[in-house]
Design a protein. Sequence first.
Length: 281
Amino acid sequence: MTHSFLMIGQSNMAGRGFLHEVSPIYDEKIKMLRNGRWQMMAEPINYDRPTSGISLAASFASSWRLLHNQKDDIGLIPCADGGTSLDDWSVEGPLFQNAVLQAKAAQKISTLSGILWHQGESDSNGQKHRLYIEKFALIIKTLRAELNAPDLPLIIGGLGDFLQDGMYCQYFNEHVEVNAALMQFAKDHHHCYFVSAEGLTANPDNIHFDAVSQRKFGVRYCKAFQEKNHILEALPDEDQIIETIHQKPLTKNEKHEWLQYQWAMGTITAGEFQAQVAKLG
């Protein structure tokens, strides 16, 4: 059985963590949806821009697999799009309609088990936070109705405190109010759980979570999903969980996938690739 999760929101859900800053996660039982079919996960998962990178989804999926369900596969449905506002996610718009289309495609080959949401930076000015809960409620209600899944769990991530410190801080001067709206929404609606970004750090732009923080965020999202509860602070064992993820021995298929990637990217020669594959047996 494959349990699938829909990824929606803007760039911090798509992921902008630098790929070289963390160890890759390889797990043949973690899939991503491409052209209506499951492929073995590789980062970046949500390739919405050439700047796509590490997102929270890989560590979310790996935590789910290693700590809670080693038997089943998990599938990620990437539909987040950088720079998008809540209005861009209106139910009449193409982003929403694409998310429904991709999720319905996944439902044909998996059990849709949850929604992962991170968005709000683009609504952190101009008093947009005042209508956030109302607009977001319509989006989620309609999405669940379209997917015939009224009790589908929704995990909502908070915005980073670093937004107030960057060169574009004037565009995020109401991020505290958006965070409050996100938390209030989670508290007021069934099967919705808020995840704090407490202590998480950013890329030099002070807009996007860095790769290390995205790994931690994914662990927190998983904790919220598993316990069906809000996560309002950093987890005491999140670093240990990430270390467990990275220490997982690679299977033969996972090693082969990693070698193929290195060869395709030109970091090893054809001869080196063939020699390493031969060692796999």
